[in-house]
Design a binder for this molecule. Structure first.
Ligand code: MN3
Length: 197
C-alpha cells in the first residue's frame, strides 16, 4: 500500500509572517510530497519487496541507504509540521515547564540549547528535542535525513534546518528562523503529548 502525504494541520498561510505561504507551499507541496512519491516508487521495485509491508517507522528503524533516507524524510516532515502551530498558543503548560526546568534549568535554557543545536547543525539537517535511552531529555542535531530513532532516541519536537525550510523568507539568516520557531511557532501541546508517551 502506498504511503500518503499527511494533511497539513493548518492552512498554508497560517504561519505568516514567520513562515510565508510560499515557503509552506513549496516545502509541503514539493519537498515533502516529493519524498512520499519517491519512497512509494522505490518500494515498488522488485528488489525492495521485503520492505513493502513495513510501516514508516519500521522503514526508519530497519532500512538503509535510499529507502532509509526517503522514509526518514517523510517521517521527519510529518513530525515537523506537527511541531509547528500558528502563534495561538505561546506558553508551555506547567507540566512542560517543569520537565524543561528539570533538564535545562529554565524554559529559556531549553530555548538556548535548542538554538545552539539548530545553529550549529552544519549544512542540511534537523534540530531535535529527544528523550535518550536513559530517559533524559536532550537537544541534538542530525545530518541530512537522519532520525533520532536510529540512535535509540525518542523524538519530542523538531525543527527542519534544511535551507528549503527558510531560505525564501530569511535567506542565509537561519538564526532568525530558529528564533521565530522558539518564540512563536513551537507547538507546546504536541511537545507535551510526546513527553507524556
Ligand atoms: Mn524539509
Amino acid at each position: 500500500m502506498d504511503f500518503t502525504l499527511m494533511d497539513l494541520p493548518f492552512p498554508k498561510n497560517a504561519l505568516e509572517p514567520s513562515i510565508s505561504e510560499k515557503t509552506v507551499s513549496y516545502h509541503y507541496g514539493k519537498h515533502h510530497k516529493g519524498y512520499v512519491d519517491k519512497l512509494n516508487k522505490e518500494l515498488k521495485k522488485p528488489e525492495n519487496e521485503r520492505f513493502q509491508s513495513c510501516s514508516l517507522k519500521q522503514l526508519v528503524l530497519d532500512a538503509h541507504g535510499k529507502i532509509y533516507n526517503l522514509a526518514a524524510q517523510v517521517w521527519n516532515h510529518d513530525f515537523y509540521w506537527q511541531s509547528l502551530q500558528p502563534s495561538h498558543d505561546l506558553e508551555p503548560s506547567q507540566v512542560v515547564q517543569d520537565a524543561l526546568v528539570a533538564e535545562f534549568g529554565s524554559v529559556d535554557g531549553f530555548k538556548q540549547s535548542f538554538k545552539e543545536a539548530a545553529s550549529n547543525q552544519f549544512g542540511s539537517g534537523w534540530a531535535w528535542l529527544v528523550r535518550d535511552a536513559e530517559g533524559v531529555l536532550t537537544v541534538t542535531g542530525t545530518t541530512d535525513a537522519v532520525n533520532p530513532l536510529s540512535e535509540g532516541k525518542t523524538p519530542i519536537v523538531t525543527l527542519d534546518v534544511w535551507e528549503h525550510a527558510y531560505y525564501l523568507d530569511y535567506q542565509n539568516d537561519r538564526g532568525s528562523y530558529i528564533d521565530a520557531f522558539l518564540e512563536k511557532l513551537i507547538n507546546w501541546r504536541f511537545l507535551e503529548k510526546n513527553l507524556q508517551k
